[in-house]
Design a protein around this ligand. Structure first.
Ligand SMILES: C[S@@+](CC[C@H](N)C(=O)[O-])C[C@H]1O[C@@H](n2cnc3c(N)ncnc32)[C@H](O)[C@@H]1O
Length: 281
């Protein structure tokens, strides 16, 4: 962390020293070339459950090891983007030598300008501020359910699906400490806004207005049942899956549902009853 922080300070100072026109042209340096130890690469891909159906994109791909391992060991496809041309050449050469060039490629490209919408898994080992600069891009471009892995630095305000901490001697040379962190996030569907919901008849026979607010995976809101605002409890999004609890008429109902565009469909369970529910925007 200490070494990364020093680099960050140097990069910020260098950026301030640049004339305005140059700043517009130069890609933002999102982090120095520091490869993830190979064991961390394997742990990241294992944590996300990467398999042959996945398309892995590594932002700032260095020597290509994350995407190369995803292809060779986990059977995935993908690409890496990197601003240092010699690392891109090295990575494409390794892909040819290791027999995976038909499934992976590496491009000399600014990660901030890369279309990431094809990813089912997105990986990053970048400076802490860069990871956070990317949050809006991740939510705008990645499909719900896409897994995002960040080595060492969290996405502030996002609740990780899984989180692993370990001690690795290899990291002392990189960050001055052995501590290594891997964060796994799942991109949530967008659910904020007003919905007209059909709830189980035991809760309401009339359509119910559902008002939802969302902060990444955290959801809050209320359902207007029988003229009363009933708050949603423990509401959350995991990819396309919405879940919450509603307490009404002396019963507690557990809701789960799949959010697809302008529709939610799912099941509600309460007092031994299991019934479908749905909502539309
Ligand atoms: C810490 S290294 C990580 C390498 C690799 N992802 C890994 O985990 O082994 C970060 C890489 O990002 C690259 N990089 C920095 N800014 C970039 C940008 N704007 N676009 C593309 N790559 C960038 C650096 O050249 C460096 O190789």
């Amino acid at each position: 962390m200490k070494a990364f922080r020093l680099v960050l300070a140097a990069l910020a100072a260098a950026a301030l020293a640049l004339p305005a026109a140059a700043k517009d042209k130069e890609p933002v340096n999102a982090g120095p070339y520091v490869p993830s130890p190979q064991s961390v690469v394997s742990d990241m891909l294992t944590l996300a459950g990467v398999g042959p159906g996945d398309f892995v994109i590594d932002l700032g791909s260095g020597d290509g090891r994350i995407v190369l391992t995803a292809a060779k060991v986990f059977g995935a496809r993908g690409f890496g983007v990197e601003i240092q041309d010699h690392l891109v050449r090295l990575s494409n050469e390794a892909a040819r030598k290791e027999g995976v060039a038909d499934r992976v490629k590496f491009l000399t490209q600014d990660l901030f300008k890369t279309d990431i919408s094809q990813a089912t898994v997105l990986t990053m080992y970048l400076l802490p501020n860069t990871v956070n600069m990317l949050k809006d891009k991740l939510l705008a471009e990645l499909r719900p359910g896409t897994r995002v892995l960040s080595h060492d630095y969290p996405l502030a305000g996002w609740i990780p699906e899984k989180y692993v901490q370990m001690d690795l001697e290899d990291k002392v040379a990189i960050s001055g400490v052995t501590t290594t962190l891997i964060y796994l996030y799942v991109v949530p569907a967008k659910v904020a806004g007003s919905w007209s919901a059909k709830l189980p008849p035991g809760l309401s026979r009339d359509p119910v207005r559902l008002d939802l607010a969302q902060q990444v995976t955290r959801v809050s809101g209320s359902a207007r049942i029988g003229g009363k605002e009933v708050p949603l409890e423990e509401a959350k999004m995991r990819g396309e899956q919405l879940s919450f609890r509603l307490a009404s008429g002396g019963r507690s109902w557990e809701f789960s549902g799949t959010v697809r565009g302008g529709a939610i469909e799912g099941l509600a369970q309460g007092g031994g009853v299991k019934a479908p529910w749905s909502a539309a925007r």
